[in-house]
Ligand binder design. Structure first.
Ligand SMILES: Cc1ncc(COP(=O)(O)O)c(C=O)c1O
Length: 407
């Protein structure tokens, strides 16, 4: 059987390290109990496993107190927890045009309700945030700045430290969906006040896991209230973390798997993973960026992006045109209409080449407006820690064959 090439790691990473499955199987077959809800030994073991995951995440992100990490179902829930739990009526929020709907939709909902005002900072054609405009957007009532660490469309990495340098005391929420586990993150060095993460992408855990780190001194109103296994005599929600924000039984089997995924990362080292992914990105860029008939979007520089590339098949764009557009192959919509539909190419890669990619808008419509690829979207190739240079060569060959008219 022909081997599948999985290039949809920006949606969810696959495969997972075997130890992730082993940890989940062990939880289900040998532990199974509810952590913090009883004193018996299986409940204690479940508690130890959940705490171990919290500690491993704390080591990964250089967080001094693991209890400042609260688990959630995914980064979307983590982001909602912060936006809805921090912002008050009359507050102003700043976000970016490269952000995901996980940030943009809750903010739009709150804005339409008249609860908050929102500024969306523009980005250049490669997806980089305009830091001067960011500075100009800040107001007396700016209560939060929410930024995507890396674009899930074209991989552009924002300079988080520089952003914090500009916003100063204003709390910074970073969506690390595309960087946690792939790019070294240090909440102290980078000045991150709220770090929202998802467990099933670069952290190599299962779907249905995620969470948020909350800097000491900052408080978040809970989205939900209920049983926590602590201070049960009181009808009031506990006011200490993580219990304040972790009501009800969590996805503990998932958290067990997530812990094993993070331990894999800690052993191998995120810097080493980043190096591997940069090598894959550089190799793929080298092979495809100058192919006539395609446009590649984003920084086109493995050191300034994650291992996610977006492209369109535009027969009109002359070879080398990307250079004259500031390193970004973005073209105008009139040209794009002449190109081939991203969905059609995605299906072709899937059906004829066994290469699994995602086509469309990737839940980030404003990012496509930045790149000039709205509303058709792009074909996204997102590589992960288990992809290889051999696979990159096969993918480049397939793209070349499609450009030449295959199948
Ligand atoms: C940048 C970014 N933010 C948020 C999300 C939402 O992730 P999840 O579905 O795990 O909540 C994604 C994933 O698609 C993403 O890439």
């Amino acid at each position: 059987m022909k081997k599948l090439i999985y290039l949809d790691n920006a949606a969810t990473s696959f495969p997972k390290p075997p130890r992730v499955l082993e940890a989940m199987t062990r939880f289900m077959t040998e532990v199974g109990a509810n952590p913090g809800r009883a004193g018996h030994r299986l409940a204690k073991e479940a508690e130890r496993i959940v705490w171990h995951t919290r500690e491993s995440l704390a080591r990964l992100f250089h967080i001094a107190k693991p209890e400042r990490i609260v688990f959630s179902l995914n980064v979307t829930e983590a982001i909602n927890t912060v936006l809805l739990g921090v912002l008050k009526a009359g507050d102003h929020v700043v976000t970016t045009a490269m952000d995901h709907n996980a940030v943009l939709r809750p903010l739009e909902f709150m804005r339409k309700k008249g609860h908050v005002s929102v500024d969306i900072v523009p980005c250049d054609r490669q997806g980089f945030l305009d830091l001067d405009v960011l500075k100009q957007c800040l107001k007396k009532n700016t209560a939060l700045v929410a930024v995507n660490h890396a674009s899930n469309v074209c991989g552009t990495l924002q300079d988080i430290r520089a952003i914090k340098g500009i916003i100063g005391e204003i709390p910074l929420l970073v969506d690390t969906a595309q960087t946690a586990g792939c790019v070294p993150i240090d909440v102290e060095r980078d000045g991150i006040d709220f770090l929202a993460f998802t467990g099933h992408k670069g952290l190599l855990g299962p779907q249905g896991t995620g969470g948020v780190y909350i800097r000491e001194g900052l408080s978040v109103r809970p989205l939900k209230r209920g049983g926590t296994g602590s201070v049960s005599e009181s009808l009031d929600q506990p006011d200490f973390l993580p219990d304040a924000l972790e009501s009800g039984t969590q996805n503990n089997v998932g958290i067990a798997g997530l812990g094993a995924g993070v331990d894999y990362l800690l052993e191998r080292g995120v810097a080493d993973i980043m190096k591997h992914e940069q090598a894959l990105t550089a190799a793929l860029l080298k092979k495809i960026r100058h192919l006539p008939g395609i446009s590649v979007y984003g920084p086109l520089d493995a050191t300034r992006q994650t291992a996610t590339l977006s492209l369109t098949f535009d027969s009109i764009l002359p070879d080398g045109e990307d250079q004259s557009l500031g390193g970004c192959g973005a073209i105008n919509l009139a040209w794009m209409e002449e190109g081939r539909d991203p969905g059609e190419i995605g299906a072709l890669l899937n059906d004829s080449f066994d290469i699994l990619v995602r086509a469309g808008l990737h839940c980030a419509p404003l990012a496509h407006k930045v790149l000039g690829t709205f509303p058709e979207g792009t074909i996204r190739l997102s590589m992960g820690v288990f992809n290889t240079l051999e696979e990159v060569a096969l993918v480049a060959e397939a793209i070349q064959r499609i450009v030449e008219g295959a199948p």
